[in-house]
Ligand binder design. Structure first.
Ligand code: PLP
Length: 406
């Protein structure tokens, strides 16, 4: 059965809005997604009636909030099919999760002359924390290139993987090219050499099923706000055996067992990695968003988006002067392009006045822009609440922009 788009759009109050007296056409979901009413209501309800700090109180509200928080952990575990809730750490988002691994794993396992392998299509969030680690430790950052279609050149792994490689950090789906990377093949090759792999799922979890056990990745990260949940919350998944060995990356309340001035012993997993008062409402909001998309149907969402991808590509390619960046076969509904020699900012501003929200610039992937020798692109990123009619409006908007600027 297909999706009931009318019903789904009704679930997202913001989509009913007009901007500049035009219906909002929101195509900037790669940056952040909107929240269904059930998520908004969950947060409102928590703030109004249930606010209380988790894990520390013995009173009613605190106990109830703790139960909800730990239930949220179970929801996330089930969603990505992790083996245990000990493997689910709540963080501030994908960026927070990657920084946590880069610091903690880096402290323990990376030394001078060791190598970290990332790819040329990473978001800055999956570049800079590793560069900082390399600077601290005197390690070396190496990069898997992509070809002009935006596909990862995994044949280069034969030479890039060495006995000094300590970890591979790779995006599961690119936020500027739309490419889904061949993660299973990369993981297989890495594991042949006992090298762990971190996957950045910030642009993947909202588009289809993710099964960390089937992938066999060692770490998986994502942000709540890109999967219809609240901002400031996210997930770090790590295999229990690896997490057990890693040192905490932040000290504070809740992550400890015993504290004296002579020394401190740490709490068990996952709490060892959750110092201080966490964003517990964000985590519960994320669980509510996961429940929502599961009620819509992950397989149905994927099927609908595949149709939307085919339609959008066909329409974009029909525009004279269109250059698409990222034409990999295996892809998500993210489209980067340039139109004639129109500056992306100019196009973005004109589209905005038509009520169409797109992203312009480097999309925090400057090396991707450098690869193509451009300063930025226009990016339309769609999710399951977007429609073919909205794609038509984008196409019409682009045609009008062309008439105005060329
Ligand atoms: N990784 C990818 C692929 C992204 O697209 C983004 C955000 O755009 C991030 C990481 C960082 O996410 P956040 O800013 O929510 O931490």
């Amino acid at each position: 059965m297909g999706l009931n788009i009318h019903q789904i759009r009704n679930d997202f109050p913001i989509l009913r809005q007009q901007v500049y007296k035009k219906p909002l056409v929101y195509l900037d979901n790669g940056a952040t997604t909107h929240k269904p009413k059930v998520v908004i209501d969950t947060i409102k309800d928590l703030q109004e009636l249930h606010n209380s700090s988790i894990h520390r109180g013995i009173h009613y509200l605190s106990e109830q909030m703790t139960i909800r928080y730990e239930e949220a952990r179970e929801t996330v575990r089930d969603f990505i099919n992790a083996a245990s809730t000990s493997e689910i750490i709540f963080t501030s988002g994908a960026t927070g999760s990657i920084n946590a691994v880069a610091f903690s794993f880096g402290e323990k396992y990376v030394g001078e002359g060791d190598e970290i392998l990332i790819s040329e299509m990473e978001h800055h969030s999956n570049i800079v924390p590793w560069q900082m680690l390399c600077e601290r430790k005197g390690a070396i950052l190496k990069v898997i290139p992509f070809n002009n279609r935006g596909e990862l050149m995994i044949e280069t792994l034969d030479t890039l993987l060495t006995r000094r490689t300590r970890i591979i950090a790779l995006t599961h789906a690119s936020n500027s090219l739309g490419t889904i990377t061949p993660v299973k093949e990369v993981i297989r090759r890495a594991h042949e050499r006992d090298i762990p792999v971190l996957l950045d799922g910030a642009q993947m979890v909202q588009h289809g099923e993710v099964d960390v056990r089937e992938l066999d990745c060692d770490f998986y990260v994502f942000s709540s706000h890109k999967i219809f949940g609240p901002t400031g919350s996210g997930v770090l998944y790590g295999k229990e055996a690896i997490l057990e060995e890693l040192p905490p990356y932040q000290g504070g309340g809740d992550m400890v067992e015993e504290v004296t001035f002579d020394g401190t012993t740490y709490n068990t997993l996952p709490f060892k990695f959750e110092a201080g008062t966490t964003n517990f409402m964000g985590a519960i909001g994320l669980a509510s968003a996961i429940d929502y998309i599961r009620s819509v149907g992950i397989a149905e969402i994927k099927q609908y988006e595949e149709e939307l991808i085919g339609y959008t590509l066909h329409k974009l390619k029909g525009i004279d002067g269109m250059t698409l960046f990222g034409t990999a076969k295996d892809r998500i509904s993210v489209f980067s392009f340039l139109l004639d020699n129109i500056h992306p900012y100019d196009a973005g501003m004109i589209l905005d006045k038509m009520g169409i929200a797109v992203r312009t610039g480097t999309h925090c992937t400057q090396p991707v822009m450098d690869h193509f020798g451009i300063s930025g692109t226009i990016r339309a990123s769609l999710v399951f609440y977007n429609t073919k009619e909205e794609v038509d409006m984008l196409i019409e908007g682009l045609e009008r922009t062309k008439q105005m600027l060329t």
